[in-house]
Design a protein. Sequence first.
Length: 93
Amino acid sequence: MEMLHTTLMALLVTWGVITGLLIFLLIYRSALSTHEEDQIFLDSAGESMASEQRALVAKIEKLSKPITALLIVSVTLLVASAGLWLWQGFRNF
């Protein structure tokens, strides 16, 4: 019985850490996307601004895989925690 409680607490703490990291990355991506501009630079004077925008878009796109992975892990841990909590409740019923 005590082992189930410890396992449930470990799952919830791990879920909290993963979800916190996920929220941080989502906020960071959102902050990056506020600096993104929807402009096309046609002259050579705007080339430096265009390269900055390309670098910014590359950073935003690079964050998509870790965000997706953390989202999957977070949901999996939450479902596992809920399942363990329900199982523990049914055993004590």
